[in-house]
Structures are given as C-alpha cells and as structure tokens.
Write a protein that binds this ligand. Structure first.
Ligand code: THU
Length: 159
C-alpha cells in the first residue's frame, strides 16, 4: 500500500501587492461583474483572460430562467476565446465576484468544478500553463497552473 500526497502551492497577496499586470487583470475581472446577467442568484461574477497576444477578453455569468442554461463567467470568456481567438493561449485568468448586496466578495472566488474542467482543457489545448488569480477583498490567491485547482483531471489522453 502506498500513501501519497498532492501538494498545492499558491500565494495569497493583498491587492496592493499584486504585480501591475495582475492588478490590471483583476480590475478587468471586477469591471466585468457589472456586465453579469444574474437576476436569479444576484451573484455577479466576472472573468478576465490575458491572451498570449497581449489582448484581454472578459466574460461574466449569464443566467437563464431554465437554470441549467445559465453559464459561468469563466466559461463565457473561455468559450468566446476558443471561437474568436482559436490560436491564442490564455496566460492568466482573473476571477472576481459581487454578492447580492453588490459588494465584492471577501473570500477569493473559486471557479466551480465544471469551469475547472474547461480551464484544464484550455491549458491542454495550447500545451501551456494558465495562471489563475482569484480575487477577494481579503486577498487574491495566485495559482500557477490549473493542475493545482483540479488534480486527477480527466483529459483527452484517456480517450
Ligand atoms: N458562477 C460563476 O459565474 N463562476 C463561478 O466560478 C461560480 C459560480 C455563477 C453561476 C451562477 O450564475 C452564479 O454564479 C451563482 O452560482
């Protein structure tokens, strides 16, 4: 029998401690929360992706009265990038959210499981590593690759 461990490394930085480019991307994710369509949950999420071209593409959650038809901010951004910039890798993805009171969440906002799977595919598609910035007013988690968010991920190598 083997007992194995997975170690996940991440940094927690105050907003002011973020590198300038990361702070700018977090700002874009925060701005993107204002384009959210979330009449049901009142939880507004924004995602901002920095492409290897230097461009930034944003997305926000778009809900639907038929609940499963809603889509998260991260997948809105990544699906658009896949369609409009198929050759571009995402270098960094920042995520921010505002709660039903309109305030940015205190805790860094983590992507849901379905989005993690899509983040993993986006990395693999371009054979790259995507940094992920999870913003909260108490601090931002800086994660240096999706494998830290989704260990044991299912991917195309199994097919
Ligand atoms: N949501 C996102 O957009 N991203 C996440 O990572 C977590 C959840 C959205 C989905 C739904 O519109 C709302 O937040 C509440 O779950």
């Amino acid at each position: 029998m083997e007992h194995l461990d997975i170690h996940i490394a991440y940094q927690r930085l105050a907003y002011e401690e973020l590198a300038e480019a990361d702070r700018a991307l977090v700002d874009r994710a925060k701005e993107a929360t204002f384009t959210s369509y979330a009449p049901y949950s009142r939880f507004s999420v924004g995602a901002a992706a920095l492409l290897d071209t230097g461009e930034t593409v944003c997305g926000s959650n778009q809900e639907n009265a038929a609940t499963p038809n809603g889509i998260c901010a991260e997948r809105t951004a990544l699906s658009y990038i896949g369609a409009a910039y198929p050759q571009s890798a995402v270098k960094t993805l920042a995520i921010a959210a505002r709660d039903s009171s309109g305030q940015f969440t205190e805790r860094p906002i983590p992507p849901c499981g379905m989005c993690r799977q899509v983040l993993a595919e986006t990395e693999q598609r371009h054979d790259t590593t995507m940094r992920v910035l999870l913003y909260g007013t108490s601090g931002t988690y800086v994660i240096e690759g999706v494998s830290s968010l989704l260990p044991f991920s299912f991917d195309g190598t199994f097919l």
